[in-house]
Design a protein around this ligand. Sequence first.
Ligand code: DGJ
Length: 302
Amino acid sequence: MQKELQNGAIWLDTNGNVIHAHGGYILEWKDFYYWYGENRLGDNYISCYRSHDLINWEFRNNVLTTRSATKIHRVRTDLKLSNEDGSKVNIERPKVLYNEKTGKFVMWMHMENGKDYSAAACAIAICDTPDGNFTYLGSFRPYGYMSRDCTLFKDVDNTAYFVSAARDNADLHIYRLSEDYLNVDALVNRLWQGEYREAPAIMRKGGTYYMFSSYCTGWDPNQCKFAVSDSMEGRWSILHKIGDSTTYQTQPAFIFKKSGQYYYFADRWNGKDYHDSRYVVLPIHFKSSGRPYMDYEEYFRP
Ligand code: DGJ
């Protein structure tokens, strides 16, 4: 059993294979943490690992692949999981929530055609179990808006939000989801007009919501910034810096809480060799004013 993970090193699963869960998300469900993320090898799109301790990760399944089942949905979507010429599409930043009302695990993600970023669509998939074969319900543009980097956030009353970069990444939209999480219900915020925010990650501490995000520089890291609000649907602050000028060479994937401690879970992308991209996890601390800060740490020891 491993006791810690070294930030930026190659992380292996319990079978000794390299963990591919980039741009990912962790869902806490029953006794386990489930980590979903991008795996672009072979026919894979999204892989799922699970762990009791966030350190030792058991590979569970390639939950979304080119061969995944598809199903027509009440939302009119594009169901293609590969292109006409047989090439793969591109699926990025998968996030999964459990829906209490329907008992389903619902994945939202960013979908592109695999050649460029012109599709700018979100996509959804659904499953009865956290690590089963997800059924693809297709891709679409919410209310017709472009939708690229994204995240999900579930509030304490189970209201869920999908956040994604719109208008060629210039603006960041917050959509409230329908009760079953299978459609957008309302566009509740259009944030930081013209400020080009990517990689959104959200946490709630007490009555305060924090959103971390990066600037838009491809695979290259940049200065992470955070903003606060007292409601997902209310007014958000302007952006404030957190971390150093490259955020320790990372970009946010999601924010995670364990035993009262919040963690910044990030990708350290390798733009020249995507599959050699690594992970960095840093504890988030708070000043008495409520302002979050983080410093680099060599090891992740939750
Ligand atoms: C930055 C995004 O955050 C990533 O998810 C990915 O889309 C890259 N850009 C592609 O350049």
